[in-house]
Design a protein around this ligand. Sequence first.
Ligand SMILES: Nc1ncnc2c1ncn2[C@@H]1O[C@H](COP(=O)(O)OP(=O)(O)O)[C@@H](O)[C@H]1O
Ligand SMILES: Cc1cn([C@H]2C[C@H](O)[C@@H](COP(=O)(O)OP(=O)(O)O)O2)c(=O)[nH]c1=O
Length: 202
Amino acid sequence: MQGKFITFEGIDGAGKSTHIGFVTDFLAGRGKTVVASREPGGTPLGEKLRDVLLHETMHLETEALLMFASRREHIAQVIAPQLAMGHWVLSDRFTDASFAYQSGGRGLSREKMEALEAWVHPALQPDLTLLFDVPLEVARERLAASRTLDKFEREQAEFFARCRAEYLRRAAQFPGRFVVVDSTRSIEAIQRELADVLERLL
Ligand SMILES: Nc1ncnc2c1ncn2[C@@H]1O[C@H](COP(=O)(O)OP(=O)(O)O)[C@@H](O)[C@H]1O
Ligand SMILES: Cc1cn([C@H]2C[C@H](O)[C@@H](COP(=O)(O)OP(=O)(O)O)O2)c(=O)[nH]c1=O
């Protein structure tokens, strides 16, 4: 039996990484084999690309192409084979992040993004996308308190406003797979909602 593919999305500081561990444990407790991974990254080559993407300045289209190069490798090495084995795959970001950041944030046309998506994964979409949604100020405060910022995290507030708007537009476009999680609440309240959502997917 094919496993399920769950993606975690949201602007930086929204709380994605915080909840991946909870979802992993919840599903493992229900007897699933779970693989948690991330983009850009998730494979040895993808992690090298991540390092370049998070620290080097480059042309917008180079950035988009490298995101999809990392994704192509991730699908080939991890996502597709793990799903085929019946395992559940959790990814901290996937193609919705490219729409949010490279199209919404930086302005690459949606047509180009759709062409890359159709090339790299014509038949694969997440079974569930959890969009952790918070106002920018909340995300900024959480980030400032938690870590040294990378290239994306140092962007201006307007950049993240455009990313967030594109995420919400995608959620409205694909209501069947998106769940928008109000991430201003406590971690415990969010995890109670996540448990309900996951129960329905099992
Ligand atoms: N619901 C929440 N309430 C308060 N703090 C939170 C909440 N969710 C996450 N945080 C904190 O905010 C910071 C950023 O969270 P993180 O999960 O790393 O975000 P992301 O992976 O989306 O960038 C961390 O210090 C985390 O502990
Ligand atoms: C997958 C992906 C990520 N990104 C960006 C968003 C994030 O700022 C950055 C790294 O993502 P992330 O792993 O969420 O960073 P962190 O571990 O610091 O929370 O890459 C894109 O711009 N496009 C993409 O397609």
